[in-house]
Ligand binder design. Structure first.
Ligand SMILES: C[S@@+](CC[C@H](N)C(=O)[O-])C[C@H]1O[C@@H](n2cnc3c(N)ncnc32)[C@H](O)[C@@H]1O
Length: 176
């Protein structure tokens, strides 16, 4: 984990995830500039292979698409990807390049049903532990039987706030 900062003051009933989404609304373009993903990662390739191996369909939901780079890679590997993000700023940037994306907050919104796969890279790290547990259950329930849920987290202990990449506070919940 990079340099941490003191926790910002949250508004009444505002969660660290809510605050982080407000940061992304202001900094989405900067985040994309700092986080381009030009090549498929082994985890992404393994996820796509798992969906295709199951053989029951290729309908995949990506949660927290951000730039959409990884959705493009999943599509290039033959999956039918629904892109989504909770921050309207990312949706607008995707739509500006002709890509459709849904506004979907994984904490609050209906995740749909019968997905062959759900993919979330570096998204659940912005949830607190209770939100993460609930989201895991709801994500699994939104899959077809035999579907695949893939997500990445950041390794570490405790929780932290950081201004890395976007020069504004984001919340990170670390996992050992
Ligand atoms: C670190 S970025 C990762 C973006 C992209 N997946 C990538 O790998 O480049 C975290 C993303 O998760 C989204 N996000 C954060 N909280 C979310 C939530 N509750 N529901 C859906 N998306 C969320 C952010 O808007 C942002 O696009």
């Amino acid at each position: 984990m990079t340099v941490t900062i003191p926790a910002p003051t949250l508004a009444v009933n505002q969660t660290p995830n809510d605050f982080t989404l407000e940061t992304y609304e202001r900094t989405a373009a900067l985040y994309i500039d700092k986080s381009r993903k030009p090549e498929a990662t082994p985890a992404l390739t393994e996820f796509a292979a798992s969906i295709k191996k199951a053989g029951s369909g290729t309908r995949v939901l990506e949660i927290g698409s951000g730039s959409g780079d990884q959705a493009d890679q999943l599509a290039a590997l033959g999956l039918s990807v629904t892109r989504s993000d909770a921050a309207q700023a990312f949706i607008d940037l995707l739509e500006a390049r002709g890509v459709t994306a849904q506004k979907l907050n994984v904490v609050a919104d209906d995740l749909g049903t019968s997905w062959d796969g759900i993919y979330a890279n570096a998204v659940f790290v912005h949830l607190d532990r209770a939100q993460f547990a609930a989201v895991l259950h709801r994500s699994v329930a939104a899959l077809k039987v035999g579907g695949t849920l893939a997500f990445t987290l950041t390794k570490g202990e405790g929780e932290a706030w950081s201004e890395v990449k976007v020069d504004a506070p984001r919340f990170f919940c670390l996992w050992t």
